[in-house]
Write a protein that binds this ligand. Sequence first.
Ligand code: NAD
Length: 297
Amino acid sequence: AATKIAFIGLGNMGGGMAANQAKAGHAVAAFDLSTAALERAVLAGCVAVDSVAAAVRDAEVVITMLPAGPHVLKVYSEQIIGVAPSSALLLDCSTIDVDTARKVAGLAREGGYAFADAPVSGGTMAADAGTLAFMVGCDEPDFARIESALEPMSRATFRAGDHGAGQAAKICNNMILGITMLGTCEAIALAEKLGLDPVKFFDIAAKSSGQSWSVTTYYPWPGPVPTAPSNRNYEGGFATAMMLKDLKLAQDAAAKSGASTPLGAQSEALFQLFDGMGHGGKDFSGILQMLRGKLDE
Ligand code: NAD
């Protein structure tokens, strides 16, 4: 049956996600501060409205896909909670800090709402294709309803645990990714200096204990993995600025919780350097060229 969905935040990710909800036959009331984003949503079958309040007022499901924690806290505390019917399911798919996710969950609970932090893995292509992976923090009894609401946008939905656990899973996963990518890049840079062909090294590492997603799916040297951004001068893919955002969230969370994450800290510093050299828009695997000392080639 068609569900009344309010979709707030129609940017690079939210635009495709809202489109998939409309394509699945749901009635999507869409709002974004950007009129260009709203126009794209209308072309994708959504109905544009002129405020968050107008979008959520009679919604059954509210989905937000906003830049960062402060936007999420502001929109939920001022424009969703107390405005949407308390029967509405509230789903925040943005990547934000665990503390803010828990704070919003607490406010939602006081208002009588079911809420989930439900950040995603997968970039804009997966958002457009409806093949994102969702990591959900929620009350256990709400999960079935959440999973079915996310279904048009998802290839896999995991309940990570209670509120905040979805965000925790997201930043921990991306911290592994940042670290394994740097390890892969350093190994390639060393292989090259030693006269070992990085293409030949792929064949070996991919089937040895150096294997990881960064090697087999995203090899940062062109050739062995044709779909990897290394084959297109590191254009598209997962922007360095986005990786840096997630590594910063991981380091903030580590500092607050007292976890020891020295490699996460090194990764943040190295991606900060690459970003600061003007490469924030490049795919994060392009940091190989910095480690090789060949950024201008
Ligand atoms: P984006 O900047 O393209 O989109 C965010 C949208 O939110 C913008 O269109 C902006 O106008 C809108 N917005 C901001 N404040 C608003 C408000 N108060 N009311 C209504 N709309 C408002 O960002 P994105 O790339 O779509 O990323 C969204 C979230 O998803 C981020 O938290 C990001 O970390 C996460 N994420 C992104 C990717 C990716 O590859 N882009 C992958 C996984 C997760």
